[in-house]
Design a protein around this ligand. Structure first.
Ligand code: PEP
Length: 250
């Protein structure tokens, strides 16, 4: 039985005090969501203080990206070691905003995934098609290619700890979510692919999240599907009420 993961991606929102306040609000209610794992991914500047705020609570902390090198002259970047040192256990990799605006490629997603795993961070690997690709009936090809490349050279034991987030690009921040049928089709395909790459044990244990305009009103219909094991949530994770309502829906 896969434990559902409800992850908040705070993107480039919330200053230090605001992040701590939101973390406190979520932690205060976390006890009543025992069957679900809660995770928040604040900005780098808030990572350590949110981790400190959440110490002793079941709510986990993650970063929004990492560099694949351990250290060096890479201005603006952050390493797995620094993320661990700040108190985080998860890291989002290959978010479509990174792919679209910051030159993230399938190759860098793979490098980052290997580095995260080496550093014992749980990677949340994001995959998803654009609207043009969906309209051209390329969704399954695009997503399977992205997934296959993300796992290239990654051994079974490491793959087993990864989380995948299916995030159709056209649904992120647009208010337009994938229908449950659209999401389930892609999630089932990803699980089958992982089974082929590794085995059914890895596939059955792997959490595959949906992301893209998930909110309290549509969460239940998505989270009740066989292959949807949680959500990666942007906009609706910025308020404790809506984030916790999504957790309650699962
Ligand atoms: C995201 O940023 O991963 C996301 C899914 O955003 P939103 O929920 O706002 O669509």
């Amino acid at each position: 039985m896969r434990k559902k993961l409800i992850a908040g991606n705070w993107k480039m929102f919330k200053k230090l005090g605001e992040s701590q306040a939101l973390a406190r609000e979520i932690a205060a209610a976390a006890g009543s969501h025992g069957k679900v794992e809660l995770l928040v991914c604040p900005t780098y500047t808030s990572l350590a203080s949110v981790a400190e705020t959440l110490k002793g609570s079941p709510v986990k902390v993650g970063a929004q990206d990492l560099h694949w090198e351990e250290q060096g002259a890479f201005t603006g970047k952050i390493s797995w070691d620094m993320i661990k040192d700040a108190g985080a256990d998860y890291v989002i990799i290959g978010h479509s905003e990174q792919r679209t605006y910051f030159h993230e490629t399938d190759e860098t997603v793979n490098k980052k995934t290997r580095t995260a795993l080496k550093g014992k961070l749980v990677p949340i690997i994001c995959v998803g098609e654009t609207l043009a690709q969906r309209d051209a009936n390329q969704t399954l090809d695009i997503v399977s290619n992205q997934t296959r490349k993300a796992f290239e050279g990654i051994p079974k034991a490491d793959a087993a700890v990864c989380v995948i987030a299916y995030e159709p690009v056209w649904a992120i921040g647009t208010g337009r979510n994938a229908t449950p049928e659209q999401a389930q089709e892609v999630h089932a395909m990803i699980r089958k692919l992982v089974s082929g790459l590794y085995d059914s044990g890895v596939a059955d244990g792997m959490r595959i999240l949906y992301g893209g305009s998930m909110k309290p009103e549509n969460a239940k219909s998505l989270l009740s599907l066989a292959d949807i094991d949680g959500g990666l949530i942007g906009g609706a994770s910025l308020k404790a009420d809506s984030f916790l309502a999504i957790a309650a829906a699962s």
